[in-house]
Ligand binder design. Structure first.
Ligand code: ATP
Length: 225
C-alpha cells in the first residue's frame, strides 16, 4: 500500500485572518502528519460578496500572522490569478504539481462544508483532495450528519474516516472531522467591532491588528482601538 505524504491547504478570504484560523491550523499540524501546510488567500471569491480589504492587504495580514511559524507557508497563487477564483482550479494545479505523489488535504470549517455543493465542480474536489473539516461554534455540529443537505449526504456517504493516518492510504476522496478548540471568532465579527469602534485585541495577532490600524482597514480614517 502506498503511503502518500500529506499536504495541508487552508483556503479562505482571511478578511482579516484571526486566531480562529490560526489555532485550528496549529492544532491540525499537531494531529495530522502534514509535510507542508499552506495558507491560500482567495483572490475574488466566486460564492460570496467581495472581500472588504484588497487581496494585497489580506495576503500581507496572513504573511504577518504566520511569519514566526516555520510549520506554515503562504501560497499566493489565488491572489495572482486574474478574475473570479474557484478552489477547484487551485486543487487541479496542486494535483498536477505533486503529480499524484502526495495527498492534498483541504481544510474547511463546518459552515463552509455545508455549502460545498454550491462550489464550482464540487464533485471533482473529491477526486483531487481529501477534506479535513473543523467544527465552528455557530455552525451545525458535524456529528449530526442526518441534518446535512441530502445531496451532501449522498456524495459523502462512503468517505468518512475517523483516523487521520488513513489519509495517507489514498490520494483523495476521504473526509476527516478533526476535533479542534471551538473558538467563536469570525472575520465578520472583527470587522463589525472595528466599525463600531470597539476593541479587537486578543481576537487576532497584534501584528495583524497593527497592520489594520496603520492601513485604516475596515474603519475609514478613525474608530480603531
Ligand atoms: P467571514 O466572517 O468574513 O465569513 P471567516 O471568519 O469565516 O470570515 P474565512 O476566511 O471565510 O473566515 O474562513 C476560511 C475558512 O476558515 C473557512 O473554511 C471557515 O469555515 C474557517 N474558519 C473561519 N473561522 C473559523 C473558526 N473560528 N473556527 C474554525 N474554522 C474557522
Amino acid at each position: 500500500m502506498t503511503d502518500y505524504s500529506l499536504i495541508g491547504i487552508y483556503g479562505g478570504t482571511f478578511d482579516p485572518v484571526h486566531y480562529g484560523h490560526l489555532r485550528v491550523a496549529e492544532e491540525l499540524v499537531d494531529t495530522i502528519a502534514f509535510d507542508q501546510f499552506f495558507f491560500v488567500p482567495a483572490g475574488e471569491p466566486r460564492l460570496r460578496e467581495a472581500p472588504i480589504a484588497s487581496k494585497y492587504h489580506r495576503t500581507r495580514m496572513v504573511a504577518l500572522s504566520i511569519q514566526n511559524n516555520p510549520r506554515f507557508s503562504l501560497d499566493k497563487r489565488e491572489i495572482k490569478r486574474a478574475g473570479v477564483s474557484a478552489t477547484v482550479e487551485s486543487l487541479r494545479e496542486y494535483h498536477a504539481e505533486y503529480n499524484g505523489k502526495a495527498a492534498l488535504c483541504f481544510i474547511m470549517g463546518a459552515d463552509t462544508f455545508l455549502k460545498i455543493h454550491h462550489w464550482h465542480h464540487w464533485l471533482e474536489i473529491f477526486q483531487l483532495c481529501h477534506l479535513v473539516i473543523v467544527d465552528r461554534p455557530d455552525s451545525m455540529r458535524m456529528m449530526d450528519r442526518r441534518n446535512f443537505p441530502p445531496v451532501i449526504q449522498d456524495a459523502c456517504a462512503s468517505r468518512w474516516i475517523t483516523c487521520p493516518t488513513d489519509l495517507t492510504s489514498q490520494f483523495s476522496g476521504m473526509i476527516y472531522i478533526a476535533e479542534t478548540t471551538l473558538l467563536d471568532i469570525s472575520a465578520t465579527r472583527i470587522r463589525n467591532l472595528i466599525a463600531a469602534d470597539k476593541s479587537i485585541r486578543y481576537l487576532l495577532p497584534e501584528a495583524v491588528s497593527d497592520y489594520i490600524k496603520t492601513h485604516h482597514l475596515y474603519s475609514g480614517e478613525n474608530g480603531f482601538k
